[in-house]
Design a protein around this ligand. Structure first.
Ligand SMILES: NC(=O)C1=CN([C@@H]2O[C@H](COP(=O)(O)OP(=O)(O)OC[C@H]3O[C@@H](n4cnc5c(N)ncnc54)[C@H](O)[C@@H]3O)[C@@H](O)[C@H]2O)C=CC1
Ligand SMILES: O=C(O)C(=O)COP(=O)(O)O
Length: 319
């Protein structure tokens, strides 16, 4: 069998134990040569003859999947499946799996780290010292404030725990979950507008879906307290980037931290380069530990499906 592997963090280690185990299990393994997620047209060229994919953030559109004449499984190395046309996959009998929880701790730790990076301007101070300057800096404290978590899933819950650990009060919004989940975590549940009104830090942890696109728009940004910090380690399309830039320019919010942009790399985003914006290049899930868990889980999922067995991590089953 032939398997395409696209995540750059896996392809950078072509002789890794994870890829060796995959080769032993399936035979031929082809690595993404581009050093970035593959585009629809690159997938259209690469997918014919491929039985399974270990998939990064590439564009698995209906057209890309239509070119896949043998494909049985897209095993997402990661959690979000917004880059896969699930309806098209289902219609073609292609199983899509994901690795729930595998990178949750990594993202949660980055979300908290980015919050401090914005609050204290750490990247700019570091750049100044490297340039021979000594500007001392100024910032804002977090202790005593409210930390709003949007999406109380695997990452959101870990972020809420960590917010409490830094002396903030976590509150959360998630319309899909029963009250018991919030009660068990000891976190107050509230609706989204209320959460925006109260959050000194607002951190996004929901999937990108048609109904969550631009969830943080001009109106909701205006609800935030003065000096709020917005953190997006989920997906770029969740924030209206132009509206966030306007709120920053008007001094209505303190700063923004972003690990995921609407277009990546974000060549034309109005947020890049603003002095109160701290960005990382979609690195939330990329600790050594999370990379190992995502590799192991996604390879397990792929082999399970290619053996004709059901994967517990399937998000789409063949019709
Ligand atoms: N920066 C990065 O590298 C990473 C980003 N992510 C992003 O973070 C998101 C969250 O990841 P996890 O917490 O692991 O996923 P998860 O599936 O455990 O949690 C997502 C939560 O969002 C909630 N949700 C679903 N639809 C919603 C809606 N319409 N409105 C509000 N809430 C809704 C669900 O009830 C669930 O509790 C992923 O979907 C992905 O887009 C995930 C991992 C790495
Ligand atoms: O898990 C996710 O959804 C991520 O965003 C990280 O995915 P990646 O490791 O970049 O394929």
């Amino acid at each position: 069998m032939k398997v395409l592997v696209t995540p750059t963090s896996l392809c950078r280690q072509p002789d890794s134990a994870a890829l060796e185990s995959l080769r032993r299990a399936v035979g031929e393994v082809v690595l993404n040569p581009f050093g970035r997620p593959m585009t629809e047209s690159e997938l259209i060229d690469a997918l014919p003859g491929v039985d399974g994919v270990i998939a990064g953030l590439d564009d698995y559109s209906a057209d890309a999947l239509a070119a896949a004449d043998r494909l049985r499984v897209v095993a997402r190395y990661g959690v979000g499946t917004n880059n896969v046309d699930l309806d098209a996959a289902r219609a073609r009998g292609i199983v899509v799996t994901r690795t729930p929880g595998a990178n949750a701790l990594a993202v949660a730790e980055l979300a908290v780290g980015l919050t401090f990076a914005v609050a204290r301007g750490i990247p700019r101070l570091d750049a100044a010292v490297r340039a021979g300057d000594w500007p001392r800096g100024e910032g804002r404290e977090l202790t005593g404030g409210v930390f709003g978590v949007v999406g109380f899933g695997a990452i959101g819950r870990l972020v809420a725990e960590r917010a409490r650990g830094i002396g903030m009060t976590p509150i959360a919004y998630d319309p899909m979950l029963p009250d018991e989940v919030f009660a068990a975590a000891g976190v107050e549940r509230c609706d989204l507008d209320d959460l925006c009104r109260r959050s000194d830090v607002l951190s996004l942890h929901v999937p990108l879906l048609p109904e969550t696109r631009h969830l943080l728009d001009e109106r909701r940004l205006a609800l935030l307290p003065a000096d709020a910090i917005v953190v997006n380690t989920a997906r770029g399309g969740l924030i209206d980037e132009a509206a966030a830039r306007a709120a920053l320019d008007a001094g209505r919010i303190y700063g923004v931290a972003i690990d995921a942009y609407e277009t990546e790399p974000p060549s034309a985003s109005p947020l890049v380069g603003h002095p109160r914006v701290v960005s990382t290049p979609h690195s939330g899930g990329h600790t050594r530990e999370a990379v190992a868990r995502m590799s192991e889980q996604s390879i397990d999922d792929l082999i399970t499906v290619l053996r004709g067995e059901a994967s517990p991590n399937a998000v789409s089953s063949p019709l």
